[in-house]
Design a protein around this ligand. Structure first.
Ligand code: ZN
Length: 147
């Protein structure tokens, strides 16, 4: 199995069986995101305790990439500090938007998102959940749109 097959399998798996799907009641922070290009819509809920993401859920509808990306994101950020989440967001953003950005070994399963950069029209599908999480962490009530 080459790397591309592995990446595709991770995306398919997380689309079919999304992790951390659901809702968190306030005082959890939440934010809504929308990608009008594709029609992806999601809400991210996050609980921050002492500067650390202790719980995170998401719900919504969208294409396979948007759902898989959100699922992978929730697994990746749980237990991380806000600073670590910001750093991870930067790394993922580079990965999605720079064709020859290296794939750090520390990314784990998130490396599967690097397959998306071959399809520039889908980059916003993959980044929507991250922008939405940022908004939730910032306590913003303004819905995020990738447009
Ligand atoms: Zn999409």
């Amino acid at each position: 199995m080459d790397l591309k097959d592995l990446y595709r399998d991770v995306i398919l798996d997380h689309n079919k069986a999304p992790r951390n799907r659901g809702v968190l009641a306030p005082p959890a922070h939440s934010a809504r995101g929308h990608n009008p290009l594709c029609g992806d819509q999601l809400t991210v809920y996050v609980t921050v305790d002492d500067g650390v993401v202790t719980d995170i859920r998401f719900e919504g509808t969208g294409c396979a990439i948007s759902v898989a990306s959100a699922s992978l994101m929730t697994e990746a950020v749980k237990g991380k500090s806000r600073e670590q989440v910001t750093a991870l967001f930067d790394t993922v953003h580079h990965l999605l938007t720079e064709a020859d950005a290296p794939v750090p070994a520390s990314l784990g399963k998130l490396a599967a998102l690097s397959g998306v950069r071959e399809f520039p029209a889908r980059v916003k599908c993959a980044s929507l959940c991250w922008h939405t999480l940022n908004s939730a962490l910032a306590g913003s009530d303004t819905p995020i749109s990738t447009e």
